[in-house]
Design a protein around this ligand. Structure first.
Ligand SMILES: O=P(O)(O)OC[C@@H](O)[C@H]1O[C@@H](OP(=O)(O)O)[C@@H](O)[C@@H](O)[C@@H]1O
Ligand SMILES: [Mg+2]
Ligand SMILES: [Zn+2]
Length: 179
């Protein structure tokens, strides 16, 4: 199945150590909107799995999160792009939920949505180790991008074996569409 699961902050849009707290702060990374549109037009289902602890921390609310995702959809539609499913974890690190990456809960939900027993052969794209670890628990193929926290993730070392490192989401899409 042509399904890809993207982390959001640092992969699709600029991330911030102060969190992305408003629609105005949600700014797409160069080439990311076009990259998602290329995937959609090539028949891929595009899903997002994102930690949004800023909600638990009180930095923004669900309606603001929805508005960010409406902005994403508005940018994608004219280019023929589409996000098919967005899973988010609104919880903080002190809540023992099963959806906060690196736990695999969001990825399990996405796999179930598409009727998949696991995510073998499905690319998961992230800028943080937890993004990759979460998807790999269901067999996904890890792609690390250098945008967002990606360079910091690389500098920390201990990338999972088999991780494919790409400059950005556009480079990941180049690799997938030329396979
Ligand atoms: O990269 P995704 O999963 O789409 O979203 C990450 C964000 O929710 C925020 O996650 C926070 O981590 P903590 O939740 O405080 O551990 C920090 O890393 C923030 O800089 C970052 O903006
Ligand atoms: Mg991220
Ligand atoms: Zn959660």
């Amino acid at each position: 199945m042509k399904l890809i699961i993207l982390d959001r902050d640092g992969v699709i849009n600029f991330d911030s150590d102060e969190y992305v707290k408003s629609v105005d702060e949600w700014i797409p990374l160069p080439g990311s909107i076009e990259a998602i549109a290329r995937l959609t037009k090539a028949g891929w289902q595009v899903a997002i799995a994102t930690n949004q602890s800023g909600i638990a921390r009180g930095y923004f609310d669900l309606s603001t999160l929805d508005a960010m995702h409406d902005k994403l959809a508005t940018l994608l539609t004219p280019l023929g792009g589409k996000i098919d499913k967005i899973e988010f974890c609104p919880h903080g690190p002190d809540v023992s939920c099963d959806c906060r990456k690196p736990l695999p809960g969001m990825f399990r939900t996405i796999a179930d949505h598409y009727g998949l027993a696991d995510l073998s052969g499905i690319p998961v794209v992230g800028d943080s180790l937890r993004d990759l670890e979460a998807g790999m628990q269901l067999g996904a193929t890890p792609y690390l991008v250098k945008t967002g926290k990606g360079e910091r993730t690389i500098a920390k070392g201990s990338l999972p074996q088999g991780t494919i490192v790409c400059d950005d989401l556009a480079a990941v899409v180049d690799a997938l569409l030329t396979e």
